[in-house]
Write a protein that binds this ligand. Structure first.
Ligand code: ZN
Ligand code: ZN
Length: 503
């Protein structure tokens, strides 16, 4: 017994010692400066080459970004997105071996209002980032999250996606770009500085975030709002691609937490390289092959600046939200088992959406919040239906409990005449709409427009009234449409699968 242990210790000690002084696996000359995974030792210059190559390789291989295309980089100030920014800079520089050919712009969403930063703190963070952005020479946009309150309802309507381009189109675009490249030198970069945020807007935003009872749902809602604002900025500034800085460590956490949040059906889109659910603006994740550790090494060695910004979970416990708990779980596991992240991440690569293609899905089949194809239209015998039935049963047990939590239950003149059961409001009998449903959407009503994951988030809100106006008005519009379709359904020849226009 004792001897066995001794043998092990001896072997371990012997194996560990010489590895520290090993040479770079690439050039086999210089001594290694970083060890990414066991066995992958690189010297400084080989590591740089490897890192840069990976970025260009993924863009070259996927051919999603066309030459000359306008690409909006979402930079949060964190290490991953700042490293992505550096890769784009490197790729566009004249000395680059394989030059990138798109034209980048930067966007920073200032979430200070949602996480409770003071105006002074927010100004300081923005100023710090502006220094980084200005140094790049790219056009940039600083957008306070409060602007989400003024978004048009069109944000939650998918744009017309460009028709499938044949493989030859990419080559043609490259040739066109090379010809025109010399003539179009970049002009002075435009910059959009943050417009002054009205205090009342910040309060409204805080009320919205505060109306969500759990940190899990709050995190989820914030991510949705941020995505809407990013897509809107891209659309209004004429960008057709949105580049996100998610690294594989982050995506591994996202994969596991998404499953816990009931977003399994959208995993392929949520964690894949490209995501075209918005139609005209496609999100890409070129950093998904890098681990957080790799990025940290690179940023440190090649002095990539990053700016610390607080998040919703900055001053919270590990167990306060599912997202945070998953993150702690994955990082702790990763510390002892270094292939944890890559194993989870490789799984995500195998995922595909089995349902109909997302771009072809009908508008009314899209979730109002996250824009994924609705997964709640599952067959009769499914776990989802079972959940719904047991939920309904538990609600019928206690008739006093209102379907819509929060202040709505105290609505004047009785909650809803039709729901009361015995009598209807008169209009429904005449084929008209019921008076209660013609008004503002309520939590219960909103559900039919949401995917399962978003339903859970909205259920944790005290009242949907706090949701930004663009979401509410789009909800009303969709409800009116489906109501109208229901009314005329018996006169339709088909089951309404081509009725996408009519208002
Ligand atoms: Zn080397
Ligand atoms: Zn959703």
């Amino acid at each position: 017994m004792c001897q066995v242990e001794e043998d092990y210790q001896h072997a371990l000690g012997r194996a560990d010692l010489p590895s520290a002084s090993k040479k770079c696996v690439k050039c086999k000359e210089a001594s290694a400066a970083v060890v990414i995974r066991a066995g992958d030792r690189y010297c400084r210059s080989c590591f740089q080459e490897f890192f840069i190559h990976k970025f260009r390789a993924v863009l070259g291989k996927t051919r999603v970004i066309f030459p000359g295309e306008k690409v909006l980089l979402a930079v949060s100030g964190g290490p991953s997105s700042c490293s992505m920014l550096r890769q784009v800079q490197e790729g566009l520089s004249h000395t680059a071996h394989k030059k990138l050919r798109f034209s980048p712009g930067l966007v920073y969403i200032d979430e200070g209002g949602a996480v409770g930063q003071s105006a002074e703190e927010r100004r300081r963070t923005v100023a710090e980032l502006q220094v980084v952005f200005r140094a790049t020479g790219f056009p940039f946009h600083v957008v306070p999250l409060e602007q989400v309150l003024d978004l048009p309802a069109s944000v939650v309507v998918p744009g017309a996606s460009p028709s499938e381009r044949p493989a030859s189109a990419y080559k043609a675009a490259v040739d066109r770009f090379i010809q025109s490249d010399s003539s179009t030198r970049r002009t002075a970069p435009e910059e959009t500085t943050a417009p002054d945020v009205q205090e009342s807007h910040t309060h409204t935003l805080q009320r919205l975030i505060g109306s969500v009872k759990t940190l899990t749902a709050r995190d989820d809602l914030l991510a949705t709002l941020r995505q809407h604002l990013l897509v809107h900025t891209a659309r209004s500034e004429g960008y057709s691609k949105l580049m996100l800085g998610d690294n594989c460590t982050r995506l591994a956490v996202k994969l596991l937490s998404s499953i816990s949040l009931g977003r399994g059906a959208q995993l392929a889109q949520d964690t894949g390289f490209s995501d075209s659910r918005y139609g005209d603006v496609t999100s890409v994740r070129p950093m998904r092959d890098y681990s957080a550790k790799e990025i940290a090494f690179y940023n440190h060695m090649f002095s990539v600046p990053s700016v610390v910004t607080p998040g919703l979970d900055t001053k919270t416990c590990d167990k306060d939200s599912i997202q945070r708990l998953t993150e702690i779980f994955v990082t702790k596991l990763q510390a002892d088992f270094p292939s944890t992240v890559s194993t989870i991440y490789r799984t995500s690569e195998k995922l595909q959406t089995a349902a109909r293609s997302s771009s072809a899905a009908h508008l009314s089949d899209r979730c109002l919040l996250c824009m994924c194809s609705l997964d709640s239209a599952a067959e009769k015998v499914s776990a989802f239906q079972a959940t719904l039935i047991s939920e309904q049963l538990s609600q019928t047990k206690s008739p006093a409990a209102p379907l819509n939590p929060g202040p709505r239950s105290a609505a004047p003149s009785g909650p809803s005449c039709c729901a009361a059961g015995a009598e209807d409001c008169g209009r429904a009998a005449g084929g008209g709409s019921c008076c209660s449903s013609a008004k503002e959407p309520q939590t219960g009503d909103l559900r039919s427009l949401l995917c399962y994951g978003c339903q859970l988030t909205v259920r944790d809100m005290s009242s949907v009234e706090h949701l930004p106006q663009y979401i509410l008005s789009e909800a009303q519009r969709r409800q009116r449409r489906s109501q109208m379709r229901e009314e005329i359904t018996e006169f339709l020849l088909d089951d309404g699968d081509d009725g996408d226009e009519g208002d």
